[in-house]
Design a protein around this ligand. Structure first.
Ligand code: HSE
Length: 409
């Protein structure tokens, strides 16, 4: 029997307790031993829980219990999770977590502490919820040099954009629906401003390229400025708008990493990933494109990944799994101004296209019968040069209403 503890009994934590209870026999068959939930940490009372006798409000009850070998951190947020995880690792306990904020902020340090203490720190659930992505990248695809990772990494924003595209809903109405259905938080800022997707692409980039990428170093845009007009122009151009997290290895060894809404061509494998689903494309130099698809959030999908990590830790109590990257100083990250992409522009004014062609050279006009504005797509351009030219267009009396990258996906 292996004793484990769960820190946090919210949506994911209660899902972990549920799966460990309802799937006891299945897990026994896979591990050859029983996984016993010895303690659950939460400040709230759960008198009606079948595990009511295991709850504690004191973290030290877990830390000081030598029988507990594996701890699942499913509290969320950096504090106090960081302190608790560090202490558990230092005391020789393996830790698994679903906490992308923690891994994106402190992953390199926690991996180092795990290594020093000969224990494991696993975080399959931190990206893509129930979709296997960390283990496939660190094990199944390990023979590949990863050329690029691109994905729809946030279910909330994908749900909102899908509702705008499929049902013509306004952004605010789609957000409210997402909140009513429980996909979006009451405070949706981390999702709609792109920070959640940024943390996830940082984790994947760190894993793919071996150096920690911190969220502050990544150009991040959310979806709050996307309008139905943009959605309709995208459709006329044979695209859908998706919030994409993307990292690409360049020839000079730098990485081009960003989170932004993009016009994704209908033929792309990411174009049909809709509603709250996530999809992640990994381009390996041996495999070519490998695409992972599924539920990126939710109680049982996320808990499924946490439990898989618990089982993996139980199987490797005396050995370390090789999952590791070193700290990063950001010097391997291409400055956002140098990142290259074709750009969609929606604008208003007189002679917009001739003024745009004077500044950008030839552009592709997007025709739409029922439109009041004008939209065009530039050829590939660095983001820095694009912004300078957009300022010139504005100086020429054109009102620039919207600019969005064209996804090369
Ligand atoms: N808010 C996140 C999402 C939850 O919508 O994808 C899973 O990380």
């Amino acid at each position: 029997m292996v004793s484990v503890a769960i820190m946090g009994h919210g949506v994911v934590g209660s899902g972990v307790a549920e799966i460990l209870t309802t799937h006891k026999k299945k897990l026994f068959a896979g591990l050859g031993e029983e996984i016993y939930i010895k303690k659950i940490l939460d400040l709230r009372e759960f008198p009606d829980s079948p595990l009511a006798d295991r709850f504690t409000k004191d973290f030290n009850d877990i830390l000081n219990d030598r029988e507990i070998r594996v701890v699942a951190e499913v509290m969320g947020g950096v504090n106090p999770a960081y302190d608790f995880v560090k202490k558990c690792l230092k005391s020789g306990k393996s830790v698994v977590t679903s906490n992308k904020e923690l891994v994106a902020a402190k992953g390199a340090e926690l991996l180092e502490i795990a290594k020093e203490n000969n224990v494991n720190f696993l975080f399959e659930a931190s990206v893509g919820g129930g979709i296997p992505i960390i283990r496939p990248m660190s094990q199944c695809l390990v023979a590949n040099n990863v050329d690029e990772v691109a994905g729809i990494l946030n279910g909330t924003t994908n749900f909102i954009l899908t509702k705008m595209i499929a049902d013509g809903m306004q952004f605010d109405d789609a957000l409210k629906l997402a909140q009513d259905l429980g996909f979006a938080e009451r405070n949706p800022a981390a999702d709609i401003e792109g920070h959640d997707a940024c943390r996830k692409i940082c984790i994947l980039a760190s894993l793919a390229y071996g150096k920690h990428v911190y969220p502050d170093a990544v150009h991040t845009e959310g979806i709050t400025k996307i309008t139905l007009e943009d959605v309709k122009y995208a459709e006329a151009f044979g695209c859908v708008i998706k919030l994409i997290g993307k990292v690409k290895k360049l020839e000079d060894g730098k990485i081009d990493i960003l989170v932004a809404p993009m016009l994704v061509p209908n033929e792309s494998q990411l174009a049909n990933i809709d509603y709250e689903f996530n999809g992640i494309m990994v381009r390996g130099d041996c495999t070519g494109d490998v695409v992972f698809y599924g539920k990126g959030a939710g109680k049982l999908p996320t808990a499924s990944a946490v439990v898989a990590d618990i089982v993996d830790c139980c199987k490797h109590l005396k050995t370390r799994k090789y999952l590791y990257w070193t700290d990063g100083d950001g010097k391997n990250i291409l400055p956002a101004e140098q990142s290259v992409s074709a750009m969609y522009v929606r604008a208003n004014g007189t002679d917009v296209i001739s003024k745009a062609e004077n500044i950008f050279g030839s552009v592709s006009v997007i025709e739409r019968a029922d439109a009041d504005d004008t939209a065009f797509v530039t050829s590939e351009i660095t983001y820095g040069e694009f912004n300078e030219k957009i300022a010139s267009l504005a100086n020429d009396g054109v009102e620039v209403l919207s600019t969005i990258r064209i996804g090369d996906l």
